[in-house]
Design a protein around this ligand. Structure first.
Ligand SMILES: Cc1cc2nc3c(=O)[nH]c(=O)nc-3n(C[C@H](O)[C@H](O)[C@H](O)COP(=O)(O)OP(=O)(O)OC[C@H]3O[C@@H](n4cnc5c(N)ncnc54)[C@H](O)[C@@H]3O)c2cc1C
Length: 412
């Protein structure tokens, strides 16, 4: 085993950390307060190669490995978690989908500008009635001649208000995941408009909007993969997206640790730095330990991806652990700062608000538990005792005999 980052990975981390310290951290409190989406920042990140970090060099990308991508998102999120998610969605998910599934013509059209950071991408799966149960989405895509006509409302689209291009999931077939297709939809598509802008608890420098599709006319050439392959495209890339959110959570956690250590050394009470009190120092020790553990899970999952593993549960474990730790220790960071932690004079309260979302998007913590448990137990929730007894020697009554209902077929 080798726990060292390579020289290239260290160089990416240090470059992004230096950029974030100069161009992001000094503005993060103001962007948070005013809900500002720092649109000009992304062209600067494009110059650094970060907006195209997952794209191959032939389209202007930096072709970084998954560990470097995680390190970049971590460093951005340490300074501002809203910037972290913007980059995670654009560079961690959308550019990858375009390169993997779009036609050569569309790749040539979109990827160079996406790598420059002048065109942003957005991922549009969720709907008002379809969140964790994304396979139940209702937006329709009906083939008419050379076009698909899309109708529906998409909800909480990160980057949506500023994006040039959207990966939109819509139903071309029957009910359930197999009826879903994915489309690369341009901002200028007739029938596409931006709906409500979401006012949020945290990550307030990120942009979250509804997307309205009213007879939106999308050329058939913009179908990604084949009809019915949309859900697979979504799930495969949500696995990668989860690494991005785990990295975001690790960044927030690292920021909490820095703030807590500095404050514990500086703040004097009863004539001593508060770090001298075991109640405070143990909180910091736990925070450092969970940060290490979260990083190890994240880097391992990213390393596995770089080495050809398709393991979904590694990214789910990384996301679940890192987000739980970020939420828990952001609260402890506020506690260590006492009353000052509750004020806007210090960033602890922002970390506390920002951390919460990492437990919700790209699959809630409950969904991550389901994914991890299914790796070990299979899909027990879709099986009755009649299909296959849990243990051969345990005789069960059939569902009709014992009055049990049908198995839950909720899909994640
Ligand atoms: C700020 C923000 C940005 C977002 N960005 C995007 C984006 O860019 N693109 C996009 O497509 N979506 C985006 N989302 C949507 C996000 O992915 C969903 O909010 C998330 O998947 C959960 O769906 P939901 O909110 O509908 O919750 P629900 O699915 O309604 O869940 C509500 C609660 O029930 C629990 N629950 C649901 N089903 C089960 C089950 N089977 N077992 C146990 N518990 C269950 C959940 O864990 C949760 O606690 C964003 C959301 C937010 C808030």
């Amino acid at each position: 085993m080798n726990f060292e980052l390579t020289d290239d990975q260290r160089a990416v981390r240090d470059m992004v950390a230096a950029f974030a310290a100069r161009h992001i951290a000094p503005h993060a409190a103001q962007w948070d307060k005013e809900g500002t989406f720092p649109v000009e920042l992304f062209a600067k990140l494009g110059e650094l190669g970060i907006m195209g970090m997952s794209v191959s060099e032939r389209y202007g990308g930096a072709a970084l490995d998954a560990v470097s991508v995680a390190l970049a998102i971590e460093e951005l999120s340490k300074a501002d978690a809203g910037v972290g998610v913007t980059v995670s969605v654009h560079a961690g998910i959308i550019t990858r989908i375009v390169e993997q599934f779009a036609s050569d013509e569309l790749k040539e059209h979109y990827l160079p500008k996406m790598c420059e950071g002048t065109w942003l991408g957005a991922f549009s799966l969720t709907e008002p009635e379809a969140g964790s149960d994304a396979g139940a989405l209702r937006t329709s895509a009906e083939r008419r001649g050379d076009d698909y006509i899309l109708n529906g409302t998409k909800q909480w689209v990160t980057n949506g208000g500023h994006a040039k291009v959207y990966v939109v999931f819509a139903r071309t077939g029957g009910p359930g995941p197999r009826g879903i297709s994915a489309f690369l939809v341009d901002r200028d598509t007739p029938g596409l408009s931006i709906g409500r802008e979401t006012d949020k608890l945290g990550i307030r420098s990120s942009d979250t909007v509804d997307l309205l599709l009213r007879d939106a006319q999308v050329p058939a050439s913009r179908l990604l993969g084949t009809e019915g392959a949309g859900y697979k495209i979504a799930l495969a890339n949500l696995g990668v997206g989860r690494l991005g959110i785990a990295a975001q959570a690790v960044g927030i956690l690292a920021a909490c640790l820095d703030t807590s250590v500095r404050y514990a050394l500086d703040r004097l009470q009863f004539g001593r730095p508060i770090g001298a009190f075991q109640a405070v120092s143990f909180k910091i020790a736990d925070m450092a330990m969970d940060l290490d553990a979260a990083r190890l899970l994240l880097y391992r999952a990213a390393w596995q991806k770089d080495n050809g593993s398709t393991s979904i549960d590694a990214s789910s474990k990384a996301k679940l652990f890192a987000s739980t730790a970020a939420r828990k220790h952001a609260a402890e960071c506020v506690q260590i700062l006492g009353g000052y932690g509750f004020t806007k004079e210090f960033p602890a309260e922002r970390y506390y608000r920002d951390a919460k979302i990492t437990e919700i998007y790209e699959g809630t913590s409950e969904v991550q538990h389901i994914v991890i448990a299914r790796e070990l137990l299979g899909r027990l929730d879709e099986r009755t005792s009649v299909d296959r007894p849990l243990r051969p020697h345990v005789q069960r009554k059939t569902p009709s005999q014992d009055g049990a209902g049908q198995p839950d077929r909720t899909r994640q």
